[in-house]
Structures are given as C-alpha cells and as structure tokens.
Design a binder for this molecule. Structure first.
Ligand SMILES: Cc1cc2nc3c(=O)[nH]c(=O)nc-3n(C[C@H](O)[C@H](O)[C@H](O)COP(=O)(O)OP(=O)(O)OC[C@H]3O[C@@H](n4cnc5c(N)ncnc54)[C@H](O)[C@@H]3O)c2cc1C
Length: 342
C-alpha cells in the first residue's frame, strides 16, 4: 500500500454494531474528505466482522479496512494500537478521527505519541482551513481545524497541527450529526491479516470476563428534554420536572451545577463534560446558560427558557422566554398541557 493522504475513521463496534459516534464521524468525515478531494476510509478491528461494512458504506466510505481475529475483540489497548500504528505507517492518512469514548481516549494518545503526530481531544467542531505561522511566515493550506473549548470554556480554541501526520482528533458522541449519504454507496473492502500488524506479545492481556453497565437514561435520543439547573433548588424541585417530562413524553436533563448539588444523577448532565443533545424541544428550567452548558444543547430545534432573571444568558439563544419562578410556571405548563391535549 502507498501513501494515500486520505481521511480515516477508527470505527468502534460492540455486539456486532458499529458505534453511533463512529457513524457520526463518518458523516463529518465525508464532508471534510469532499472538501479536501480525498477518500473517506474506515478501519474496523475485531472479531466476527462479516458484513460489518454494510453498516458503514452508506455513510460514503470509499475504503473499509477490516482486521478480523478473535483475539482483537473485545478491545484491548496494545493490539488495537499496534494495528493503527503499523497501518498508518503504511497508508499515511492525513487525518484520523475517533470517538472521545473510553476506547478513543485510550487509543488516540497511544497512536499519536508513537507516530509523533498531534491529537486534540473532545473537539466540538472540525473544519478545513489555511494557516500562516506567525513566527516563520510559512503558509499552510487545507489543515484540519480542531475546534474545542479551552481554558475552562472561556475561549473556543482552533488548534492546528501543521507539520505532523496524521492530524488526529477525538469527538464525543452526539456532537456531530449522523446522516446516510447513499444506501447503495460502493466502497472497496480490504481484509488485513492481524498477524502482520500485531506482535504475539501485544496480546499479553486477555479478557476473561466483562461487565458492562448500560446507561439508565436515554436523554441523547429523546425528542423532548426538560432540563433543570441550580435554580430548581432541590431534589424535590426536580420531581416537578420529572412530572412535566412524563406529561410531554420526554426525559429530564440537568446542568452541572444541579448535578453537583446532588439534585439528580450525573448521567443526566448536559454540556461540555456531560452529554450532547439535539432534541426537537429543550425546556431549560432555572439554567443560566453558561458556555459549557450551551455547548451541549445549542443545536436543539426549539428552546424554551424558564428563568426568574429576564437577563439570564440562556434567554439570548432561546426561542421562547418565560420569566418567572420554575415552581410557579412548571405546574401551570403541566395543567394546561393536560387540559388542552384531552
Ligand atoms: C471545565 C468545565 C466544564 C463544565 N461542564 C459543564 C457541563 O457539562 N454542563 C453544565 O451545565 N455546566 C458545566 N460547567 C459549569 C458551568 O460553567 C456552570 O457553572 C453551570 O452550567 C451553571 O449551572 P446552572 O445554570 O444550573 O446554575 P447557575 O449558573 O447558578 O444558574 C441558575 C439560574 O437559575 C435561575 N433561577 C434561580 N432561582 C430560580 C427560580 N426559582 N426559578 C427560575 N429560575 C431561577 C437564576 O436566575 C440563574 O439564571 C462546566 C464548567 C467548567 C469549568
């Protein structure tokens, strides 16, 4: 294989299903690859991979590298790192994207440090653009802009990696949209021999037993989210939000301040260090709208803010603002919704 200068996505999979975050990255990867005029590639490493390409090709993948071996599933650090490192030495992609999941956070730094490339974790946007080095005056074209909040969310930084390849970035689930390009998209399948990429000693860790705790909430896929902030005031205050969410057929989300105060569990946290959501309706109750929260919900189709401060920052991105106390407004919403939907 020769230098291909393409864009490659490491696809995670579990129980025969490619992870949503990988499909989201393929969707974004297709757009970036078109902008660069290169191919979009996917690498899938594991066991029982027959037909797995059917899940990724519709996202516009031109080449699928499959590395199948029963020792490669479930994921362990050394073998998967070895495959990527040795494959990237051969095919020299210009960009590699992976999910900012437990696996991506383990794998990404191992691969980038071994290849002496750069890695930006938890990007919230990816674009292609030019760069001029202010010190040397050297100009670069078509670099990957790796965009993410920095310094505690006080700035949004655009990070570039001008000289080293691949330019690597991780992105959390839900940040990018997942969109099929063409159900019949045709790509090339390349089966690779695991033994060519992984040394026997890399298989030193054997997984004997695995317990996976499934998330109890499903806010990511809920079309309606009633989210509460510190202004909700207490656990009991959140009971009202659960009532509203149940009435509307939605889920309850929360700001970090509400989670830190112990009003609700952490898996409901929305924002930079929580879940990213894009529901049809987002009702923000007693949430001020700091950038770290907004980062996780600003793509919602309709935003309603309920806040007793008419100047709360969240009101500037809300479609509708209700000024008042959560404890007064929410019972009225429940009452009138029930009355009008009979
Ligand atoms: C690195 C980093 C990561 C972070 N990650 C996240 C994240 O993922 N998600 C996140 O949410 N935050 C995150 N934060 C925290 C973020 O900066 C804010 O502190 C947090 O979002 C504030 O939560 P809040 O809006 O609920 O609380 P506050 O800012 O205290 O706002 C409470 C709001 O409630 C209103 N209010 C008060 N009483 C009532 C009432 N009775 N009725 C109606 N309104 C009322 C007030 O007017 C105010 O607007 C992060 C911070 C850092 C530094």
């Amino acid at each position: 294989m020769t230098d291909n200068n393409n864009l490659i996505v490491y696809c995670e999979y579990e129980d025969g299903k490619v992870a949503d975050v990988s499909l989201e990255l393929l969707t974004k990867g297709r757009v970036l690859a078109d902008r660069l005029g290169v191919k979009l590639e996917a690498v899938i490493i594991g066991d029982k991979l027959a037909d797995i390409e059917k899940q990724v090709l519709p996202y516009g993948v031109d080449t699928v590298y499959k590395v199948e071996d029963k020792r490669l599933y479930p994921y362990t650090s050394n073998p998967h790192s070895a495959v990527l490192i040795n494959l990237f030495k051969e095919i020299k992609p210009q960009i590699c994207l992976m999910g900012a999941t437990c696996i991506g956070r383990d794998l990404g730094p191992r691969v980038s440090s071994c290849l002496h490339s750069g890695l930006t974790a938890d990007c919230t946007a990816l674009e292609i653009g030019d760069h001029k080095d202010p010190k040397t005056g050297k100009e670069y074209t078509d670099l990957l802009y790796q965009i993410r909040p920095a310094f505690g969310g006080n700035i949004v930084a655009t990070i570039v990696n001008p000289d080293c390849r691949p330019q690597m970035a991780t992105v959390r689930e839900g940040v990018m949209k997942k969109e099929i390009k063409d159900a019949d998209y045709k790509g090339e399948i390349i089966n690779l021999d695991a033994d060519k990429y992984v040394k026997p000693e890399d298989f030193v860790v054997e997984i004997i037993d695995r317990h996976i705790e499934k998330s109890k909430t499903n806010i990511k896929n809920s079309p309606i989210i009633v989210a509460g902030g510190y202004g909700v005031g207490s656990k009991e205050g959140f009971d009202l939000l659960f009532d509203l969410a149940n009435t509307l057929g939605g889920e309850v989300g929360a700001s970090r301040a509400a989670v830190d105060a112990g009003f609700v569990e952490h898996d409901r946290q929305i924002g930079q260090t929580g879940v990213t959501v894009r529901p049809k309706l987002y009702i923000a109750c007693g949430i001020s709208g700091q950038i770290q929260h907004i980062a996780g919900m600003q793509e919602s189709s309709i935003i309603i803010s309920i806040n007793n401060d008419p100047n709360a920052p969240i009101n500037t991105i809300a479609d509708y603002v209700i000024t008042g106390n959560v404890e007064d407004i929410v019972p009225k919403l429940i009452k009138y919704y029930k009355k009008n939907s009979k």
